[in-house]
Write a protein that binds this ligand. Structure first.
Ligand code: URP
Ligand code: ZN
Ligand code: ZN
Ligand code: ZN
Length: 484
């Protein structure tokens, strides 16, 4: 059984051209003109692009006394509806829990996935067991990225010495360090002070985590990664302070990537001043939304290449869950949704405004991610031999975002009312047509785990450089006798 996508314009990160795409056995087998297949998908007027990869999701995540409400079933259906064909979720050991034990839990949840997926591992505490199991996670389980929370003091946060030890171990094993960069100690102090002064509402969440705390933590993580000799991926870069640190590091030749979220690119801090408590609380996430200057900085980063990818950090809580924090903003579960809307929102606010070219869109939603995480060109490519994870994108298709029609399981949408132009006509996951002319035909359990090998070209280049420039003792001929 073969499928051909005909009459479309292929857009990759580096080329735009007219050709048909032939698919068999879940892979692209040929690209050319006048191809024929058993089933034909008409892409007239559409762009044929690599399916989106969301490098940052939290599906059914245990967090702040509850679980995020989209699981691998509803979450990956939402992903496919919006043109995303792979998600990378975070396996989170609870304090004291082993990495392999946590992975078992994520293996169980992910059997329901409708699209392919991979995991990052989180390092939430440090000890011999974590040190030992990192090797198995990397070498046997195909997970080469490890996240460290510099925030959430008393829960997921790790300290600088723990981060340095973990980064060093990753350097040795050929892994990549990731950080949630906010100064957790200062956030905890500011939160307590705000609460004591009667600032209990959701706007205080934003007051408690200003851009400076993110900028400081990003600089610190970059320094620690540099000392340990490991590449660094900074998740949810939300502000100029953090972007500036990443930009400077990259200009200095350091191997650092920044990941803005679609929420930070398109929503701003005024959301927290909404008089409706629910409206503001539904938008509570860390880092919080920022002002327009910070947004402009993030867009400029994507344009210039100092920021590399766009994610969602999809971590969806219902209004009832958000209400755990009535009277105390520190108890509002942190997180927002976005999986279904990342691609259409980025196209509408990025490509349709001229901020991004279609090729840049492909780079930041798919190809750059596949390259950094080391699953390119299986993913992120329209090439013979690549998985047929494809989105046939209709740039003229419109909709108004509304929770009433979304796939995500929660009861609201942070992008409610946004007018979109640019949506999938078809979404294919390993050749299976999961979205057909707007109709969702995905299959529970179709998704497969994507292994990602360590020792990427970036790892090798960085270790070569670190070895070459390592401190060495000075050879001296005449060593004076020790004094008495
Ligand atoms: O507020 C957020 N971002 N929630 C999800 C967990 C995290 O920090 O990534
Ligand atoms: Zn985070
Ligand atoms: Zn996250
Ligand atoms: Zn299938």
């Amino acid at each position: 059984m073969t499928t051909v996508i005909k009459n479309g314009t292929i857009v990759t990160h580096d080329r735009t051209y007219k050709a048909d795409v032939l698919i068999e056995g879940g892979q692209i087998i040929e690209i050319g003109v006048g191809l024929k297949g058993d089933e034909t998908l008409d892409a007239t007027g559409c762009y044929v692009m690599p399916g989106g990869i969301d490098p940052h999701t939290h599906l059914e995540m245990p967090f702040m006394g509850t679980y995020s409400s989209d699981d691998f079933d509803s979450g990956t259906r939402a992903a496919l509806a919006g043109g995303t064909t792979m998600v990378v979720d975070f396996a989170l050991p609870s304090p004291g829990q082993g990495l392999l034990d946590a992975l078992k839990m994520w293996d169980n949840k992910s059997t329901r996935a409708h699209c392919d997926y991979s995991f990052h591992m989180a390092v939430t505490w440090w000890g011999e067991q974590v040190f030992d199991e990192m090797k198995t996670v990397i070498q046997d389980r195909g997970i080469n990225t490890f996240k460290h929370f510099m925030a959430y003091k008393g829960a997921l946060m790790v300290n600088d010495d723990e981060m340095y030890a973990s980064f060093g171990r990753l350097a040795e094993l050929g892994g990549i360090a990731m950080v949630h960069a906010e100064n957790g100690d200062v956030v905890a102090e500011l939160s307590a002070k705000l609460l004591a002064a009667g600032n209990t509402g959701p706007e205080a969440h934003a007051y408690s985590r200003p851009p400076q705390v993110e900028g400081e933590a990003t600089n610190r993580a970059i320094m620690i990664a540099d000392m340990a000799g490991v590449p660094l991926y900074v998740v949810h870069t939300s502000c100029e302070d953090s972007h500036e640190a990443i930009r400077r590091a990259r200009q200095q030749g350091k191997r650092v990537w920044g990941e803005p979220l679609i929420q930070h690119l398109t929503l701003d801090e005024s959301e927290y001043f909404n008089p409706d408590w629910d409206h503001a609380a539904r938008r509570v996430m860390s880092p919080p939304f920022r002002n327009k200057q910070h947004q402009d900085s993030l867009w400029a980063g994507l344009q210039s290449g100092s920021l590399s990818v766009v994610a969602t950090d999809h971590c969806a809580f219902t209004t009832d869950q958000k209400r755990f924090g009535v009277g105390d903003f520190t108890k509002i579960p942190n997180g927002t949704g976005g999986l279904e809307d990342r691609m259409p929102m980025l196209w509408t606010y990025g490509v349709n405004t001229g901020r991004l070219t279609p090729e840049e869109f492909v780079a930041v939603t798919s190809t750059n991610i596949a390259k950094i995480l080391n699953c390119y060109p299986k993913k992120g490519a329209i090439l013979p031999g690549a998985d047929a994870d494809i989105v046939v994108w209709d740039p003229e298709k419109t909709k108004t975002i509304t929770a009433a029609k979304q796939v995500s399981a929660i009861d609201y949408n942070v992008f409610e009312g946004k007018e979109i132009r640019g949506l999938p006509r078809f979404t294919l996951t390993r050749g299976h047509v999961a979205v057909h002319d707007g109709e969702l035909r995905s299959q529970e359990g179709h998704g497969e785990f994507v292994k990602r090998a360590p020792n990427t070209a970036t790892n090798k280049a960085l270790s070569t450089w670190k070895e070459l420039t390592a401190p060495r003792p000075v050879e001296r001929s005449g060593i004076p006798a020790t004094g008495v």
